[in-house]
Structures are given as structure tokens and as C-alpha cells.
Design a binder for this molecule. Structure first.
Ligand code: ZN
Length: 419
């Protein structure tokens, strides 16, 4: 089965190579979000498989290598959840990803535990909590926290920190479930449950979480370049992270279509353009960053171990969330590099590409960050509008509109040509 799947993927790609633009992008996104890549995280080597897939595309596109390899490897810790994952209140079994998420810093656990409920009608005082904690009341129990209607300085919010030593915490969520990654873990189990999936009549929680912190998890950046025809020693970096949130247990994975298979598709589209259509005047380096989701690890590593001198990089253009665009784009650092922002605005106006391009100041929200912190001018562009899916199981290719993908491609291409 797996062999057949790999064969299919390779077949798929020889076809992808000869088609272009939006079809090309859709196929890349379909491929990277397929179950084979396990959400491009630490579990099942999903991120590594994605790195190999991207390197294979680089090879097809005939991008050049630094130090004879497309890979720049590095290690960093990550807290992971693999294997069995089960959550059952009384006899009601919950569905992972739909009804609940495991908090990124949870520990593993297995057993059946009584529940202790706290909500606005039942806000414990610090004194009460301390007293209960002193009698080991919370050991082998899960606290259920319902903060609906509570003031933000209420003890209910502090209970999330589990200062009173419960074995586990259940937080009731009214908004959409949004997952994250962490490189550390706490000393208690922690799940976030949708309000619809839990009710006050529940007395017990039967739970199994398998957690493991991988101390020296290896990720890699995938780097290739095309030499400039006129100024080969002058560099422009185009980047997009290819990792995502991986798996939560052995059944649920986070596809990450918008975040950031869409950016990788844009990166490969641009690489195709500069290798097969229009050779660039300056050298363009393409970087698919790894380990972005756990804290911008890949880009930090690159900036600390650059394959070329950082001061030779004219500009970095980082792409993350390129799958929508009905509400235009945002340029992080646009408010800092005013000159380049003005160029981008002028190009957009001339080409009539996006409805609006807004600007922000600096933010540590994607891989551009370490560059501008190290005096390398960098933009981070993300598209807005369209879908609500973000860091959840609904960020899938099927519902990703790619509304402004082609116009964004033209915008970035024209901007790079102008630099
Ligand atoms: Zn992202």
C-alpha cells in the first residue's frame, strides 16, 4: 500500500512539472497535505518526507546546491503526541481534532479520573484551593475549567496554570480549536474540549495520551539557488516554511494547506519561473524552512549558519499563508522598509493584482523575523480573507480557494525583478 502510494506521488510529480501555475500549485498542495506526509511534523518523519519531496522538485527544476546538498540539517527539541489517543467522558467517546485538542505542553497519561468542575457559579477562592491542595485533593483528579462569563483576573483563569497540583486539566472552549507546538512540557495532562462535547453530568474522564519529548529532533532547511545573469554575487532570498503541526495521536494529522503548503507551492512556482522562463539578474536563493511551527527554528539556524554572507543578501521575501486573498495581503515589516513597501504598492497598482496591501511593523510570526533582526531587509507577506481554518484539521486543500494565488505570483515576480 505504502509502496503504491509513493509510486503515485512520483507519477504525480512528473505530471506536475509540465503543468503550470494554478494547476501546479493545487497539485503541490494536494500532495503535501496528503496523509503520506502526516502533517509535515516530527511524528512518522512527516517533515523529513516533505523535505525530500521538495528537494526532488528542486532537482527537477535544476536549482543549484550549496556544499553539494539541498539540505541544511539542525536539531531542536519538540514535544510530540503519537500512538493511541483516547478521550471518553463517562461513556461518550470524543473525536480528536473535532471535539478536543491535546494542549501542546501536556504530558502523557492513562487512566480513569473523577472530574472537579469550576465555573462562574462556583469560583473557588485562593484560600479554598490552597487548603484542598494541602490535602492532596486534586491528585488523581481532572479539573474542568469553564471560564464563560468570568472576569479575566478570576481564579478560574489561574486554574489553567494548575498551581494546585491536579493530575490533569480540561479547559472548555467556545471558540474554534487552534493547535500549536511546544518544545517543553508541563507536569500535568491538559486537553481543550469544545463546549458541545462536554456537559455537567459527566463525572469521570477516561483518557490515554502518549507523549514524548524528542530532545534532539532533527529537522532541515531545503535550500537551492539559481545564479544571477548580471550580478551573481548579489542575493535575493525567497522563502516559505514547509513544516506544519504533524500528528496528534495516530489518527489525526494537521494538513496545513494554507499554512504553508500554499507558500511552498508559490516558492516552487517562482523557482520554475526563474529556472525555466526568465533567468534572474541577481542570484535567487530558494529556502523551504523547517521547524517554523515550533518557534522559527529553521530560519534562526540559517541566520546563524548562513550559506552565504548575510550582508550580501539584498532582500528576503517570505511567503506564508498564500491560499486566500479576497481581502488582500499584509506585509509584515512593511512599516519598517518604507521604500520597498512603496515599490510593492506601485507594482500592485500598475498590475491591478490585489485589492489592498496593508503594512505592519515587526512581528516574530514567521521566518522573515531573524533576518530583519540581523539587519537583512525582509518582508513577510500573507494573504487575507476567505477561510477561517487555521492550525486545525480543517486547513485542507479542498476548501482552500487560491483566490489570489496567480495575482500574488505576478506581484512577487515583478517585485523581485525590481529589486
Ligand atoms: Zn505558517
Amino acid at each position: 500500500m505504502r509502496k503504491a502510494l509513493i509510486f503515485l506521488l512520483f507519477q504525480l510529480f512528473s505530471f506536475i512539472l509540465f503543468s503550470q501555475d494554478i494547476d501546479f500549485a493545487r497539485k503541490i498542495i494536494d500532495t503535501l497535505t496528503s496523509a503520506y506526509f502526516s502533517g509535515r511534523g516530527a511524528v512518522d518523519e512527516g517533515e523529513k518526507k516533505a523535505a525530500y519531496f521538495i528537494a526532488k522538485q528542486y532537482k527537477y527544476l535544476e536549482l543549484k546546491k550549496f556544499n553539494d546538498s539541498y539540505f541544511q540539517e539542525f536539531k531542536s527539541p519538540i514535544n510530540t503526541f503519537s500512538g493511541e489517543l483516547n478521550v471518553r467522558f463517562n461513556n461518550a467517546k470524543l473525536t480528536a481534532g473535532v471535539d478536543y485538542l491535546v494542549n501542546a505542553q501536556s504530558i502523557g497519561i492513562k487512566g480513569t479520573f473523577p472530574l472537579v468542575w469550576y465555573n462562574v457559579d462556583n469560583v473557588p477562592s485562593k484560600k479554598q484551593l490552597k487548603k484542598l491542595a494541602n490535602h492532596n485533593f486534586f491528585i488523581n483528579k481532572f479539573i474542568v475549567i469553564d471560564t464563560k462569563g468570568a472576569y479575566e483576573d478570576s481564579e478560574l483563569f489561574l486554574l489553567q496554570l494548575n498551581l494546585y497540583g491536579a493530575t490533569g486539566v480540561v479547559l472548555i472552549e467556545d471558540n474554534k480549536l487552534t493547535h500549536h507546538l511546544s518544545n517543553i512540557y508541563n507536569d500535568y495532562a491538559f486537553i481543550i474540549v469544545k463546549r458541545e462535547a462536554i456537559n455537567r453530568s459527566f463525572k469521570t474522564l477516561t483518557i490515554e495520551i502518549n507523549q514524548k519529548r524528542v530532545r534532539d529532533y532533527q529537522s532541515q532547511n531545503v535550500i537551492g539557488y539559481v545564479e544571477g545573469t548580471e550580478h551573481p554575487d548579489s542575493f535575493i532570498v525567497l522563502s516559505a516554511h514547509y513544516d506544519h503541526l504533524g500528528m496528534m495521536g495516530n489518527e489525526v494529522y494537521f494538513p496545513g494547506a494554507n499554512d504553508n503548503a500554499s507558500g511552498v507551492a508559490m516558492l516552487l512556482n517562482l523557482a520554475y519561473h526563474y529556472t525555466h522562463k526568465e533567468p534572474p539578474t541577481k542570484t535567487i536563493i530558494f529556502i523551504a524552512f523547517g521547524a517554523e511551527e515550533v518557534g522559527l527554528i529553521g530560519s534562526k539556524y540559517f541566520v546563524n549558519h548562513p550559506t552565504i554572507e548575510l550582508n550580501k543578501i539584498n532582500f528576503v521575501f517570505n511567503m506564508d499563508l498564500m491560499g486566500t486573498g479576497s481581502k488582500g495581503a499584509m506585509i509584515v515589516n512593511g512599516a519598517i522598509y518604507e521604500k520597498q513597501y512603496a515599490i510593492l504598492i506601485a507594482i500592485n497598482k500598475k498590475g491591478n493584482y490585489l485589492s489592498s496591501i496593508k503594512k505592519r511593523g515587526k512581528a516574530a510570526n514567521s521566518d522573515h523575523y531573524w533576518f530583519s533582526e540581523n539587519n537583512v531587509p525582509a518582508f513577510f507577506m500573507y494573504l487575507m480573507g476567505g477561510i477561517k481554518a487555521y492550525h486545525d484539521i480543517d486547513d485542507i486543500s479542498k476548501t482552500l480557494p487560491l483566490t489570489k494565488f496567480e495575482d500574488s505570483f505576478r506581484l512577487i515576480r515583478d517585485f523581485v525583478d525590481e529589486l
